[in-house]
Design a protein around this ligand. Structure first.
Ligand code: NAD
Ligand code: TDX
Length: 336
């Protein structure tokens, strides 16, 4: 049985991925997570007793610890989800983004090189390609042109991954996915933030004119695509992942309000995000044709399920939106 080191497995996508892999394969999973503000052990309570799962608290920037762990657990492959992931936080302060996203990835690559790891999958993002005008989509050959400290740190990590493959032959793969939504997403991100504010009858803060476009994919479809890339992707390659579902932000916000039976007067247009990318759109032809992947969920179905999940799991998010989250919310939405 192969053993995969999943980093950042207590975050949104990582926890969904671990659950998905335990259900749909027979791999063993070792989860390494620092438990930053975004990491939450409650995201995986239902599987913590699973005999194919083990958790370690630790930092991917800690070379000695990662080295020890990979050796001790006899890890075969690494899938790196661990990151600082929120664009707005990277605008307030970028240091942690460079540390975890760049230095942390470098540590993992070094350990992979020294331990002859069989496959190294880097979970990147469509944001490394920058911003699109009204037409066209990102393909795997679109030049990297990141615009935020977050996306610049992710693009830097991608370049290191490429260099470690080219120079040392580390067997790497990179995935670049569009915006995810689904259960366990931290409420700083658009969809959970709007659901939670609507449920709490608080203003829904829309940046700029609300016409920035994002391309949305249900998290389980993303997890399924990552597993396909992990198992069948060609070493050294990049795979875009997306579900052809572009929507202006304001449309998403109105849909959430409608679904919850709340009034559109809750919408508040607020100061724009500096350097706000206008549009993202993913061309996923390569993964569809080469790896026979396609999304299983329609947006109409999955957004309803997501809204219902937040309605049914109030205690999960109520615990989160106290403390650190309140400080961040105040700093970003009220003091800027
Ligand atoms: P998240 O912020 O919800 O989770 C990140 C996790 O990484 C947390 O559990 C955190 O504790 C952990 N972590 C942070 N720094 C660490 C460190 N130094 N060492 C060990 N663990 C650390 O993020 P997410 O939304 O689940 O994103 C996961 C990955 O997917 C990221 O690499 C992100 O760039 C990428 N991605 C996200 C999206 C999206 O829409 N959310 C889209 C495309 C790509
Ligand atoms: O309060 C808000 N108001 C608002 O109008 C927030 C939080 C966001 N927005 C807008 C900004 C974006 O146009 O909604 C859009 C989506 O914002 P985020 O949820 O912050 O996502 P985005 O910046 O697009 O980045 C996401 O997708 C790519 C993830 O956070 C990244 O980790 C991933 O790489």
């Amino acid at each position: 049985m192969k053993k995969i080191l999943v980093t950042g497995g207590c975050g949104f996508i990582g926890s969904n991925f671990i659950r998905y892999v335990l259900k749909n394969s027979d791999y063993e999973i070792v989860n390494l997570d620092k438990l930053t503000y975004a990491g939450n052990l409650k995201n995986l309570v239902d599987i913590e007793e699973n005999s194919r799962y083990k958790f370690y608290r630790g930092d991917i920037c800690n070379y000695e610890f990662v080295s020890y762990l990979v050796d001790r657990e006899k890890i075969d492959s690494i899938i790196n989800f661990a990151a600082e992931s929120h664009v707005d936080r990277s605008i307030l302060s970028s240091q942690e983004f460079i540390r975890t996203n760049v230095i942390g990835t470098n540590v993992l690559l070094e350990v992979a090189r020294q331990n002859a790891i069989e496959r190294f999958v880097q979970i990147s993002t469509d944001e490394v390609y920058g911003s699109l005008g009204p037409d066209g989509k990102f393909t795997e050959t679109t030049p990297l042109s990141p615009n935020s400290p977050y996306s610049a740190s992710k693009a830097s990590a991608d370049l290191l991954v490429k260099a470690y493959h080219h120079t040392y032959g580390v067997p790497t793969l990179i995935t670049r996915c569009s915006n995810n939504y689904g259960p366990y997403q931290f409420p700083e991100k658009l969809i959970p933030l709007m659901i939670i504010n609507a449920l709490s009858n608080k203003p829904l803060p829309v940046y700029g004119d609300g016409m920035n476009v994002r391309d949305w994919i249900y998290v389980e479809d993303h997890c399924d695509a990552i597993l396909k890339v992990f198992e069948s992707g060609k070493i050294g390659e990049v795979y875009n992942i997306g579900a052809e579902n572009e929507k202006p932000n304001i449309e998403i916000v109105k849909l959430i309000l409608k679904e919850l039976g709340k009034d559109e007067s809750l919408i508040t247009f607020v100061k724009d995000r500096p350097g706000h990318d206008r549009r993202y759109a993913i061309d996923a032809t390569k993964i569809k044709e080469e790896l026979n992947w396609k999304p299983k969920y329609t947006f109409e179905r999955a957004i309803k399920e997501t809204i219902a999940w937040y309605q049914e799991n109030k205690s999960w998010w109520q615990e989160i939106i106290s403390g650190e989250y309140l400080n961040y919310y105040k700093k970003w939405y009220e003091e800027r």
